[in-house]
Design a protein around this ligand. Structure first.
Ligand code: BES
Ligand code: MN
Ligand code: ZN
Length: 494
């Protein structure tokens, strides 16, 4: 979608659809009132009939409103003015875009001052507008014709601002948000792609394709032999049951001098559980077990498009977890790159096995900080549901930065404990640790496991098992937490 900033006399704007906010039953914000006047009271006349329900997100599409150069006018109810907040604003945007998409208008103009709550700053209001419009126009087409696509989809959104002076700041935000939206869409595409097509090799190819697009980026793919030589016994143990060769994908964007910020993404392109086989129900969804990897790639794309002045790296351990005669077995003991031994009590707790070697590998980059992103545990979904990702870290500054970025980007995380006493659940009589911690607190013990490999740099872990994709009617990848990560990086640059 194309976005364009506008200002100048609102009543004189030429557009296929002018989108205006209305408070209560028929309270008009000043600019909506100006349009009403221009149309000789047409809007108030219609509103008096009561066709627009006052609840935030209700809409009324009008054709041929007299006195205007707009072909259509879309009235959107914002609800009670005093209660109108960011949540309601987002509802209003969603409603507006979903009416515009099939309306036949390929372009529209949002009169932002009539739609944005008083308490909301310009940057956030633009951020939400871009992200919602882009999210609503995302379509998966890799393996399916898009039969529900509108014949004449919305192509351009004009965002009208009252103050000419706001334009420069707004333009910056707009460009950034479009870059982030592109990153999110790519993350969705990668995660939605089925496991037979999206293999570790495919992910590696995508990283190389990104390098082609952005020559500033350096990409290195470590093959199985190299990983064996290095001693990545934990990672390789997971890949044993698969015919697909594992890959360790390393991306390096030296956008500034200094230590890198490293993002590590779990890249299980399919997780059947291995010998500890998963039940059949919903197993197809384990194609999404590379959502962390997809988020790292999407965030790198966003950062590269924004040309962030930042040294940023991505590290993606990628393989499949399948049952096979050669697969990992419960009770096997493997030696990780760190030298620590691990008793594999459950082959389905494989994410931590590939991540621990990737996290140890990060030490060689002398990182400023490391954030890993992983669809790590079903327990995290039990704890937090599908709205909030779990955040685990002992670094207070990092915690605050991630929490704030999540809030800003409307891609929130919730802090979970990374508490020493839980570590004892990982004790094993046969190895330095077991790969599972027992029945309870599974998201925490998984984080505790990773903590044993991240002692040499500031580190945070995001468990995105609940938020990376939606199930049911709207089944599909969400692109989370690319919004959060991009905002986190932007904040670090300022
Ligand atoms: N990829 C799964 C976690 C998962 C489960 C993500 C459901 C999204 C939805 C992970 O590899 C896994 O299987 N974890 C096990 C760990 C257990 C064996 C300790 C789990 O959560 O059941
Ligand atoms: Mn698993
Ligand atoms: Zn998994």
């Amino acid at each position: 979608m194309e976005f364009q900033l506008k200002s100048g006399v609102l009543t004189a704007q030429k557009t296929a659809c002018l989108v205006l906010g209305v408070y209560g039953k028929r309270k008009l914000p000043p600019l909506t009132a100006a349009i009403d006047k221009e149309s000789n009271g047409y809007l108030t006349k219609i509103l008096r009939r009561g066709d627009l329900t006052p609840e935030a997100g209700q809409t009324l599409l009008l054709q041929e409103v007299p006195g205007l150069r707009a072909e259509r006018v879309l009235l959107v109810a914002c609800g009670n003015r005093k209660e109108y907040d960011r949540t309601a604003y987002r509802k209003v945007l969603e409603a507006a875009v979903s009416v515009l998409q099939p309306s036949g208008a390929t372009e529209a103009l949002l009169a932002l001052p009539t739609l944005v709550p008083e308490s909301l700053d310009l940057a956030t209001s633009l951020r939400d507008a871009v992200q919602i419009a882009e999210a609503q126009s995302y379509r998966y087409t890799a393996t399916k014709k898009d039969d529900k696509a509108p014949k004449r989809p919305l192509k351009r959104l004009q965002l009208w601002l009252a103050e000419e002076e706001e334009q420069t700041a707004a333009q910056t935000v707009l460009r950034q948000e479009q870059a982030i939206a592109q990153g999110i869409a790519w993350t969705k595409d990668l995660a939605n792609l089925p496991g037979n097509l999206c293999t570790p090799t495919y992910l590696a190819e995508q990283a190389l394709a990104l390098q082609k697009e952005f020559p500033d980026l350096r990409v290195e793919i470590l093959e199985e032999d190299q990983m064996r030589e290095l001693g990545m016994g934990a990672l390789l143990s997971v890949a044993r049951g698969s015919r697909q060769p594992p890959k360790l994908i390393v991306l390096d964007y030296p956008g500034a001098k200094g230590k890198p910020v490293v993002l590590v993404g779990k890249g299980l392109t399919f997780d059947a559980g291995g010998i500890s086989l998963k039940p059949e129900k919903g197993m197809d969804e384990m194609k999404y077990d590379m959502s962390g990897a997809a988020a790292v790639l999407g965030t790198l794309r966003a950062a590269l498009t924004m040309r962030l002045p930042l040294h940023l790296m991505g590290v993606i351990p990628s393989c499949e977890n399948l049952p096979d005669g050669n697969a990992n077995k419960p009770g096997d003991v493997v030696t990780s790159l760190s030298g620590q031994t691990i008793e594999v009590l459950n082959t389905d707790a494989e994410g931590r096995l590939i991540l621990c070697d990737a996290l140890t590998y990060c030490e060689r980059f002398d990182p400023e900080l490391v954030v890993d992103i992983a669809t790590l545990t079903g327990a995290c979904v039990v704890a937090l549901g599908e709205q909030l990702a779990g955040l685990f870290t002992q670094d207070e500054d990092l915690a605050q930065a991630l929490l704030q970025a999540g809030e800003k980007a409307e891609d929130p995380v919730w802090r979970m404990p990374l508490w020493e006493p839980y570590q004892s659940q990982l004790e094993s009589p046969f190895a330095d640790m077991a790969n599972i911690g027992g029945k309870y607190g599974g998201a925490i013990t998984a984080a505790c496991f990773l903590a044993r490999f991240t002692k040499h740099y500031p580190w945070a872990h995001l468990d995105i098992a609940g938020v990376a994709w939606k199930t049911g009617k709207e089944k599909g990848a969400t692109g989370r937490p690319v919004g959060l990560l991009s905002q986190f990086l932007l904040d670090r640059c300022n």
